[in-house]
Design a protein around this ligand. Structure first.
Ligand code: ATP
Length: 288
């Protein structure tokens, strides 16, 4: 096998609460991650030596600054492997939107290069390498679609809810948010509502109770970003006007997603928004 093609799915945070700052500079969080079927495509090809990364997206660096490069480099170093790999990334996941695209690409590179070069690396070690690359990367190595993330987001616990959901994602065009900066500014956080715990949120998800979901869902960054760009409430209002019962911002934003009752509703909402709001990128996706 000389070539391997993999899908790298995006994630949503159905709940994201920043708890406190740690001595190492990171923040402890409590989150519910979910993979969705909006995917980048990663093609890996063997090379005799060296790592090369190609990506045509204007906001994604090629070469060493790409998270895919870092993933391959760390993996080859830990495996003591002298071979190389060429990585081609076709982006479909909006960049710097709170959808975890870079982290997912990195995780796919870890899994793919391990398989392509038949590297003997235990899962525990792989998870350690993943956490070093980024706090969201371990979740993408996790086999389930949903998980609770604690610590920096790398301490994962499976969520055993099988029901798949349809989402309408709205990403304001030209608005990229740096996750690092959002965490640096979290001290000045403005709470929009009192956070409930993840347990009650999971119950709402299990019962498919979207009204309860809307009540108990939470994102620590929402208030901050609403204050800065004013887009969160505007998108939520547009979604609810079209009949969507629950909406939340994902990660450190700016993507805001609505949960639709069915594929039909998701398609309808997406068509309406795409026609009226040209400055928004609207995407329909389902649980992965
Ligand atoms: P998260 O929700 O995990 O914080 P995000 O979805 O907000 O992430 P990404 O799309 O992962 O953000 O991109 C964050 C930054 O990482 C971008 O500014 C981009 O230039 C850089 N980057 C490096 N490699 C990649 C990659 N493979 N795909 C996307 N962005 C990458």
């Amino acid at each position: 096998m000389d070539v391997l093609v993999l899908k790298a799915p995006a994630k949503l945070n159905l709940y994201l609460r920043v708890l406190n700052k740690r001595p190492d500079g990171y923040h402890n969080i409590e989150t519910i991650f979910e993979k969705i079927g909006l995917c980048d495509t990663i093609s890996l090809r063997r090379r005799r030596q060296g790592i090369k990364v190609f990506c045509r997206h204007k906001d994604v660096p090629g070469g060493k600054a790409n998270l895919g490069f870092k993933a391959a480099q760390e993996l080859l170093k830990h495996a003591g492997c002298s071979q190389g790999v060429e990585i081609e990334i076709k982006k479909k996941i909006p960049v710097a939107a709170g959808l975890g695209g870079g982290s997912s690409d990195a995780a796919s590179v870890l899994l793919g290069v391990k398989r392509l070069l038949r590297l003997q690396i235990p899962q525990k070690k792989l998870l350690k390498i993943a956490a070093k690359i980024g706090a969201d990367v371990p979740f993408f190595l996790f086999s389930g679609s949903r998980a609770i993330g604690r610590g920096k987001g790398e301490l994962l616990k499976a969520v055993n809810i099988k029901r798949k959901k349809w989402y309408v994602l709205v990403v304001p065009r030209g608005l990229a948010v740096s996750t690092k900066q959002m965490y640096q500014r979290i001290r000045r956080i403005t709470l929009t509502k009192r956070p409930y715990g993840v347990k009650i949120m999971l119950r709402a998800l299990e019962r498919n109770d979207l009204t309860a979901f809307n009540r108990y869902s939470y994102n620590s960054f929402e208030g901050m970003l609403q204050k800065k760009y004013n887009h969160v409430l505007e998108i939520k209002k547009a979604l609810t006007t079209l009949g969507v019962d629950a909406a939340l911002m994902s990660g450190s934003g700016p993507c805001v997603f609505g949960i639709a009752a069915s594929r039909k509703e998701a398609m309808y909402v997406s068509e309406q928004l795409s026609a009226k709001k040209r400055h928004w990128r609207v995407i329909v996706a389902r649980t992965y």
